[in-house]
Design a protein around this ligand. Sequence first.
Ligand code: COI
Length: 350
Amino acid sequence: GAEVEGYNEPSVNSSHVNGEYAKINWDVLGFGLIPTDYMYIMNCSKDQHFSQGTLTPFGKIEVNPSSGILNYGQGLFEGLKAHRTANGRILLFRPEENAMRMKVGAKRMCMQAPTVEQFVNAVKQTVHSNKRWVPPPGKGAMYIRPLLMGSGPVLGVAPASEYTFITYASPVGNYHKGVLNLIVEEKFRRAIPGGTGGVKAVTNYAIIYKPIAEAKAKGFTDVLFLNAEKYIEEVSTTNIFLVKGNEILTPPTSGTILPGITRKSIIEITHVLGYQVKERAIPVGELFDAEEVFCTGTAVGVNSVNSITYQDTRIAYKRGAGTVGQKLYEMLTGIQTGRIEDKMGWTVEL
Ligand code: COI
């Protein structure tokens, strides 16, 4: 993997954990927080640059009750994974992409952002200091969560005077357990043109709890959001792809859809399987013509959809062995875990 400029040797002595695993049951990981040993923090004032951060034991932080994040939602997050390879290396997947996405989001949210080098360094230090929490090969991944927030006090509605960047990590297993039965959401919307749906603002997430809860109460796993013109957008935390004959379709990320790094990676590798990904607006009715549907995201990876229900009609899709979704899942996880040679230069070795 590429060496990133500005990477400093972690300042915490983690020799006591080298070669060891944390004592947890690695066979039952789900997607929930398992606190790890360290987090990385750095601060900066408005209109300044972030200065050198530090590793500190993972735990609670002090937050001003009047902070921009708590009062007005001035915050962004990222998510990326580290995998352990069969021969014991640890690989990060495209961390610079997350860093660049955070910079774009920070512009939209009027925040200071770390540089790409600072971001990648923070991620590396977080993983390095928590190495014993990176699951054994085949048991899951370490999910790394960089968080940028307006930490300075505000009362009037305005950007905070100080910013805090924290990176923490947790070992994780699968995000969705078992079958994936979606329902097309016709009442709630995730994003609007001109809003923040295209950046990873913290405010994009609590607003989908209600639609998800209503879908779950009806027996579905998750919802598929539409825009006002009834074109498909995304599932609550993942992008979506349709397989129709030799074509793979996904909606363009023109402001209301989160530009997923897994989404981008899938678009860049499907040609290997002889498919062409077309980014175009997809009317909801096209769900009836697809043979396969799959979701992509950092947390979910590539996950084939069992069914989508639209206006009381349940559309079932192909899933499992031999499907495009399954092949792409194998390719992606193969690259991420070092099983398949990374010809794209996507992985960064710790
Ligand atoms: C992801 O990292 O894939 C996400 O979309 C974050 C999700 C767990 C909220």
